[in-house]
Design a binder for this molecule. Structure first.
Ligand SMILES: NC(=O)CC[C@H](N)C(=O)O
Length: 362
């Protein structure tokens, strides 16, 4: 079946439907990871976004429940160059096509993704619509134009859990309160593997609700949408930051921590999404290859010296990738140290969080 993708600037490409027949829309992003499509499609930070993979062959190793970062795909839609209906992987428990169909995700294949990625790279990220049912290009472009812009969009309430949940570790060395704005499962697994018993709280939880559990530290998660729109958590984050117990934040969590200290967060031109982004650790003077997924960021000029030190920068464009806060027992990174998918260069950050909780307890 034919499908089309239309961008809000009038660009239209034709291809074939994959997954569920229908119409979907959102911010058109691209990811440069060569593998890991299932982890990417299920990353809750991508809620409300259309995901275009720059790697051309997608689907060829199937799907497996262990690769899920959430119980279902979270992207709004999928764009690929050459979808593979056949797969070959002795672990696979099914094909990507039926997986997308089962979860009612609409996608398009046979699209010149190189041309589309370069287009966005030059013009900046923009909204788009994919459809297998609307054939009129003008109507599709019109729908893309009318789709809600990512700036100002609050999406964490659609990615968080409804109720607090405890996840025990065998050794139970530390109690970590996780504020879930759309947390990736592999982040929780990294904390549990280091002896942390977790209580994962819904995004709207208050400081009192969270601290009643008596955690040894706080973790502020990744998540979708514009961090400046998540105003219901402002008070909670501010009080967590002045509490004294260690705080670690990843991506959206990092952005919320920055905002709580009066540090600005802005929408980026294109953003960083992929498993191959070089980052320099300015404290260790080393380079890490990192996994990233963000469209907002902290501008370097907006980090006052009395508020935070920049600990990491992106080597492609020099943007801020990590902060050590001066007025809080807190550190954060813009990228994803759990790296699912991706190289594990940055997992030392989870160990640092453990060391900080050890030191604070002592
Ligand atoms: N991975 C994330 O937490 C993404 C944070 C935020 N939604 C952004 O796009 O910048």
């Amino acid at each position: 079946m034919k499908a089309r993708i239309a961008l809000s600037d009038g660009t239209v490409h034709e291809g074939q439907l994959i997954g569920h027949p229908g119409t979907c829309g959102g911010e058109l992003c691209f990811n440069t990871s060569m593998t890991g499509y299932q982890e990417i499609f299920t990353d809750p930070s991508y809620f409300g976004q259309l995901m275009m993979m720059t790697y051309p062959h997608i689907g060829n190793y199937g799907v497996h429940p262990d690769y899920d970062e959430a119980p279902r795909p979270m992207v709004a839609g999928v764009i690929v160059r050459a979808f593979s209906a056949d797969y070959s992987n002795d672990q696979a428990e099914g094909g990507l096509g039926e997986y997308l169909s089962r979860h009612e995700i609409t996608g398009i294949t046979g699209v010149d993704t190189r041309a589309l990625v370069r287009h966005i790279r030059n013009k900046g990220v923009m909204n788009a619509v994919i459809s297998s049912e609307i054939t009129d290009p003008d109507e599709l472009v019109d729908r893309a134009r009318r789709w809600a812009p990512m700036e100002g969009l609050e999406l964490a309430t659609q990615a968080t859990r409804a109720e607090a949940q405890t996840m025990a570790s065998e050794t139970n060395k530390f109690k970590v309160a996780v504020v879930d704005y759309g947390v990736k499962l592999s982040i929780l697994k990294n904390l549990i593997a280091r002896g942390c018993t977790l209580r994962v709280f819904p995004a709207k939880s208050t400081f009192e609700e969270i601290t009643a559990w008596k955690p040894d530290g706080f973790f502020l998660s990744n998540g979708p949408g514009d961090p400046r729109a998540i105003t219901y958590t402002t008070d909670t984050v501010a009080r967590i930051m002045t509490d004294g117990r260690p705080v670690f934040g990843i991506c959206l969590g990092h952005q919320l921590m920055a905002l709580s200290q009066g540090i600005a967060v802005e929408k980026m031109f294109v953003g960083h999404r992929g498993a191959n982004q070089p980052v320099k650790n300015l404290i260790h003077d080393t380079v890490e290859i990192t996994t990233q997924n963000h469209g907002f960021g902290v501008p370097e000029a907006g980090v006052p010296a009395d508020k935070a030190d920049i600990s990491h920068i992106n080597l492609n464009d020099g943007t801020v990738e990590g902060l050590r806060f001066r007025q809080a027992n807190a550190f954060s990174v813009q990228y994803h140290p759990e790296a699912c998918p991706g190289p594990h260069d940055s997992r030392y950050l989870f160990d640092e969080f453990i060391h900080r909780m050890q030191a604070h307890k002592a």
